[in-house]
Design a protein around this ligand. Structure first.
Ligand code: HEC
Length: 103
């Protein structure tokens, strides 16, 4: 019985945490964390602040995918984000979805 409870608890946690972890790995792999952190401003805005800014904006995902690929300037300050043109589209989309899901 105890074992079943542990199994159920693990099964309940895993589906939620695994993809997020994978996306965090993507952010590491593509060096997004050189300028960003989830909950504090570094060179670029905290991903939590990005999520808060675009909450309720249904076009945000497409817009941000485009900006991550081509670079961005003037939205958060004068420091520009250089284009991340070497990051595959699927990875950019996964990253933007993950960023927008931060609370
Ligand atoms: C060299 C530093 C740097 C790197 C590397 C970097 N960023 Fe940024 N990022 C910034 C800065 C600076 C801004 C703010 C740009 C602005 O004000 O328009 C920003 C803004 C953003 C935004 C918000 C754009 C907006 O219009 O609100 C997102 C989303 C983002 N970055 C995602 C990423 C992802 C994903 C990666 C990795 C593939 C990444 N960044 C890599 C510096 C960086």
């Amino acid at each position: 019985m105890k074992r079943l409870a542990i199994f159920l608890a693990t099964a309940a946690i895993l589906p939620a945490s695994l993809p997020a972890q994978a996306q965090e790995e993507l952010a590491k792999k593509h060096a997004c964390f050189a300028c960003h952190a989830v909950d504090k401003k570094l060179v670029g805005p905290a991903y939590k602040d990005v999520a808060a800014k675009y909450r309720g904006d249904s076009g945000a995902e497409a817009k941000l995918v485009d900006k991550v690929k081509k670079g961005s300037q003037g939205t958060w300050g004068q420091v520009p984000m250089p284009p991340n043109s070497s990051v595959p589209d699927a990875d950019v989309r996964a990253l933007v979805k993950w960023i927008l899901s931060q609370k």
